[in-house]
Design a protein around this ligand. Sequence first.
Ligand code: HEM
Length: 484
Amino acid sequence: MSDLEFLFFLLPPILSLLLVFNLIKRKQTTLSLPPGNMGWPFLGETIAYLKPYSATSVGEFMEQHISRYGKIYKSNLFGERTIVSADAGLNKFILQNEGRLFECSYPRSIGGILGKWSMLVLVGDMHRDMRMLSLNFLSNARLRTHLLPEVEKHTLLVLSSWKENSIICSQDEAKKFTFNLMAKHIMSLDPGKPETEQLKKEYITFMKGVVSLPLDLPGTAYRKALQSRSIILKFIEHKMEERMQKMRGGSENLDDDDLLGYVLKHSNLSKEQILDLVLSLLFAGHETSSVAIALAIYFLQGCPRAVQQLREEHIEIARAKKQLGEMELNWDDYKKMEFTHCVASETLRLGNVVRFLHRKAIRDVRYKGYDIPCGWKVLPVIAAVHLDPSLFDQPQHFNPWRWQDTCGSSSTNLSASSNNFMPFGGGPRLCTGSELAKLEMAVFIHHLVLNYHWELADTDHAFAFPFVDFPKGLPIRVRHHTFI
Ligand code: HEM
């Protein structure tokens, strides 16, 4: 082949490449991306985005970006080109179009630590199957029959350990309550037993790693968490084998009332899948609700009028039960806790346990004149909607009464409309534990206000790291009182 022939041979692929490159470039410049700043190469604006701030605010980064660019802006976060949304409409649109236009997309480090079969990272059919298991296990019927009595038992176990006039770390106490409840519900582990306490200890190390920088280096929180993950998985595996042996031996006492028994009997999941499911449900189920309970304790100590109204509500419920000679709370009692539900909603709105979600566009999307290109990351910031002054009057103010007029479908109060309230996410990935979380909050509050007065023993405040945490553990001084 002569040089000229060779050149003619190469020319078409070179020209095609140039054409494609040009088309991509033209497409990018003709796209109507939201305004914003891509920051530094690779790092983008991640460090500023993750800077800790008061949990009852959106933080300086969001505030500045919203005032400069509006509620929808572009950035570079977690090493990816990202569209950030503080817009209620876009957030709903993203969550409702899961699997069609957008897809769940948590950073790879989350999959590394929670496991590749964790519900948080799964998409498509596998996610749907795991979700069904979780939904069946947390169904309303189970809440009434199994979970309500357990929630009350574990609440009383924690509250009865509080000594008169002592200072307790309420964040730890809330974690103890939700961990014991989940450990019982998932693997029939009893509180206080050495194996439960050992698992709790490993879980604390594990949790520190989930929320740390994903640096797998000696001594880092992430490396320690990976080690704890293997210990926890070995523990669950051991429990699984014990259970399978019992099943093979035809034992009558199968503990199949717990999640482990349920999945072994009713699913075809592999061992690896069951391990990740159990590990991530234990994580999703105890970390979030415990923060919500600590936040309620915190907001209520600053709002005596709400505590007073709660007490009246719960005294009435407790008196009626006493007259009937009943001891344990039942579903009808729970349904009577109307103001308590307002307190729970307001706590979740102002405290924002989960602040933003991770998604990516799986198609080119156009929204309100903006383009969201396929492959870009999308962050619906639910906290920004809950703290938006155009949607909630005085959003920084703890005001449970704002929810009073919103009960029932005939609500006319737009300011606290459940339409803009998404503490549990939305669409096909709506939290499967939302009803359990609300039940835990209500029952805990019931016994707390009926038995204790509490005040802050030291100044503390909830911070978003972005996971919500009280740096001093929310120390409170408790005084026993019997109101009934
Ligand atoms: C106040 C407490 C809670 C809050 C604020 C909360 C919040 C959330 C949010 C926002 C999501 C959506 C994540 C996403 O779309 O990417 C979620 C998912 C999930 N939550 Fe919760 N949650 C709470 C309690 C619980 C509890 C008690 C459980 C279980 C016992 C639980 C289990 C789950 C599971 C399994 C998912 C994944 C659902 C799916 O992907 O289909 N959560 N939660």
